[in-house]
Design a protein around this ligand. Structure first.
Ligand code: F3S
Length: 400
């Protein structure tokens, strides 16, 4: 691999032991993949920071790394953990012991001492540092939904990094020039088109993401010929990242890069296939929890839910409402929306991903508009069904 003078200097330890070791890891992985050079990055996002996932070995690793003097060289954000920092025991479907909180806080302290912003959200793309980046900038992000969002909506360039590798890239300030950092690899060759009469709501878009992930074998990202809102594009990316290993979907009109003049093949996604799959994934008539916020909800998504809820009053004995979102997006919520959520006894939970949280072993049934939440929470043993936000609101409102 060709290294610049600066990179050789770092590798020789002139900027400290930790930065040299981090760069060494990035170089080794890059060489194994056949990368010819490194790529400076403007931002990093690390996943795999929940005590539930990495436990004591992960805590020790991060504390040792921090004690060795490791510091990130670029603005770096972190994925969610298993509870809200302001109220660790505030969500009774979670089993959060004092020891668990201690283990998690030690991880967060190690991250902070390395200079990582403990934003604890899977939507780094809503954060101010990221909004300042420009299409074409390279970043190193873990967290599959954020990776698809970065490549497809913001025009940033990132591969789907594992949590530790994103951390090494953050410390080194570089990743390997490979995959989606290379412009030719970002050109779609196969396009998909929603079949005639397909309704494009977030639940159907999630299912479409699953179907495209299972069909797409061509080089380059898939292209989807459909007009999607930001929230729908986010949902599609999250579904594709969960159901397969897709890291980018080219969305004409949204993806900042110029679409190709023509593609090799256009495949229609049949509306009947989407409906059949949606029926398979439908929640039961009775659900305990209505869940919104996987990926973490934007203020706009919650405002839209509040608008739907204003149609009526809370249904007696109806399901509980749980919303996960970042602190930054919660601050943008209007007082009216917060009031509606309060009236419906809804809980806004920050810093948290239910998938990486210690759930109590309850036979809970959940309705969500997120394919990704369905995908992972059903693997955690919950009974999860998928339906659009409009239907979720109907479950909560009486007399609609
Ligand atoms: Fe975010 Fe967790 Fe869903 S990290 S995308 S809330 S699975």
């Amino acid at each position: 691999m060709h290294l610049s003078k600066e990179e050789e200097r770092i590798l020789a330890g002139e900027e400290g032991w930790a930065r040299a070791r981090a760069l060494e890891v990035v170089v080794k992985v890059g060489e194994a993949l056949g990368a010819e050079r490194l790529q400076p990055i403007a931002h990093a996002h690390v996943s795999g920071v929940s005590y539930y996932n990495i436990g004591e070995p992960g805590r020790r690793f991060l504390e040792d790394l921090a004690a060795s003097g490791a510091k990130v060289s670029v603005p770096t954000t972190a994925n969610p953990i298993g509870f809200d920092l302001d109220s660790p025991q505030g969500l009774d479907v979670l089993d959060i012991s004092p020891e668990y909180v201690r283990g998690q806080m030690a991880i967060l302290n190690a991250l902070k001492s390395m200079g990582i912003q403990t934003t604890l959200s899977c939507t780094p793309y809503y954060m101010p540092d990221v909004k300042r980046l420009r299409p074409g900038n390279s970043v190193a992000w873990g967290e599959s939904n954020a990776v698809v969002y970065a490549n497809s909506i913001l025009g940033l360039r990132t591969n789907r990094e594992g949590g530790p590798l994103a951390l090494m890239a953050a410390i080194a300030g570089r990743t390997y020039y490979y995959g989606l950092h290379v412009p030719e690899n970002r050109v779609p060759r196969v396009a998909y088109r929603p079949g005639q009469g397909m309704k494009l709501d977030e639940a159907r878009i999630g299912v479409m993401g699953e179907l495209i992930s299972s069909m797409h074998r061509a080089e380059g990202p898939p292209m989807l010929e459909a007009r999607l809102s930001e929230a729908q594009a986010k949902e599609l990316g999250a579904a594709m990242g969960a159901a397969g290993d897709i890291a980018m979907v080219f969305l004409p009109g949204i993806t900042p890069e110029r679409p190709p003049k023509k593609v090799r093949e256009v495949i229609e996604v049949e509306a009947s296939d989407v409906e059949r799959r949606l029926e398979e994934l439908a929640p039961p008539a009775h659900v305990d929890i209505v869940y919104l916020g996987c990926p973490h909800a934007s203020a706009e998504e919650v405002e839209e839910l509040a608008r739907l809820l204003r149609r009526g009053s809370p249904r007696p004995g109806g399901p509980r409402l749980i919303i996960t979102m970042s602190r930054e997006e919660e601050e943008r919520l209007s007082a009216e929306a917060l009031e509606v959520i309060r009236t419906f006894k809804g809980l806004v939970v920050r810093d948290t991903c239910l998938v990486v949280a210690p759930l109590r072993r309850q036979a809970l049934s959940v309705a969500t508009n997120s394919y990704k939440a369905y995908f992972y929470l059903s693997r955690r043993g919950l009974k999860v069904g998928l339906e659009p936000a409009e239907r979720l609101a109907e479950r909560l409102v009486s007399g609609v």
